[in-house]
Design a protein around this ligand. Sequence first.
Ligand code: SAM
Ligand code: SF4
Length: 483
Amino acid sequence: MSSSADVLAAGPAAPDPGRAAPARKLLIRTWGCQMNVYDSGRMADILAPLGYAPTERAEEADMVILNTCHIREKASEKVFSDLGRLRVTKNERRAGGKDTIIAVAGCVAQAEGAEITARAPWVDIVLGPQTYHRLPEMVARASRAAGAVIETDFPAEDKFDHLPETRGPSGPVAFLTIQEGCDKFCSFCVVPYTRGAEFSRPAAAVIAEARRLAAGGAREIVLLGQNVNAWAGEAPRTVSGGASPGGGWGLARLLRELAEIPGVARLRYTTSHPRDMGGDLIAAHGEIPALMPYLHLPVQSGSDRVLAAMNRGHGAELYLSLADRLRAARPDLALTSDFIVGHPGETAADHAATMRLVERVGFAGAYSFKYSARPGTPAAAQPGAVAEDVKDARLGELQALLRAQADAFNRALVGRTVDVLVTGAGRHPGQVAGRSPWLQPVHAPMASGGTAPVGAVVPMTLRAAHPNSLSATLVLPEETAAA
Ligand code: SAM
Ligand code: SF4
């Protein structure tokens, strides 16, 4: 692409604070997990000093970043259809004398690297999830160079040490990545290859980021990691400035510390692995009021044979006992999960075992997927592929049961008065929207005499359960007083 003197003048990593960077527009499209949502926010943070402000419109974007997901084939392919449309936009903008930098980030970038620019030569930058702290430098190089800039290594430096401080949450709910990568190598999964080895951020860095988020208005903080409950971070150094690190902390200890931060009303963490669900963390669910009664704990299958083929490292019995122990600690816990149907070798009896596990546990919600073979993963080479129509039938049966359980969970809450974190205006005029302790979206008419500012946790009485939300009414001050 032609060079942009403005980008070069702004300098790659440390723009001149005395000189405003020229105004530019940045569009980031995000697929996949919440960690990608967090990463997209951090990429926006790191590009803001170069003058990039967010836009939703590709036609006005000077830079477009597609932050991609490689977990299933469908998710990967969507990137290439989007790139096809962006080629047209880029050409139209060029005809009008404007450059557009197109970057592909995230797990497709990590997995496919130079393949992307071979298929879509109009892409300027390909960057993996571990290199986005180098974005300003890549932007400068892309503006100078004729060819694409590709950065998909796992650099020795810690990306978090090179990122600017978070610019604050965009609402009362904030994501905070505390752990990355995965060492578990489930047979079907690309994450260990695209995100690299397990890494836990030190406790002090997490606490400092949480404090900044709370000071900026976050009331609910969602801790993120591919294996978040495997988090094992360096403890903060002693206040006296003593040189020795205070040993390691586990997630339960971290949660206790974060719950003390002024302004933090709610904590959640996702996604967890059953093998890392220790006794102290289970106990934390009963002991930390700010820890919401919600846990996403993927099981994938209810068959021991399939769980072994998946290399999950546990059987159905462990999951069932975890569900019992968690509910003993926190009886109103909403348990949600992920399932894969049609893993190679899965029989009708294996599927029946999954259905039995679901019946036994009773989930408040779940994501369920047909197995999708991912190149380079062990399962892709395993025999016993399950026919597509069989996968469809099993998925349909599983989803019907999960849907019925979610509906029953939601209906059982109708009539109760619960705390709702107000997140903004509802879809209809005069409505407020928020989320319940169990993560359901809630909407309520803004009654006269009631107040529900964004970020407040207010009591609402749940009136009806819908497929994807709950409707409610605000509890007015006089009702609270009378109660
Ligand atoms: N670390 C989490 C765990 O261990 O459960 C899951 C992370 S993964 C990003 C999210 C979900 O995608 C998985 O729980 C699994 O159900 C699904 N998934 C991963 N690979 C898949 C594949 N090859 N085909 C279908 N679903 C897949
Ligand atoms: Fe993937 Fe398994 Fe690691 Fe989860 S635990 S990220 S499913 S390899």
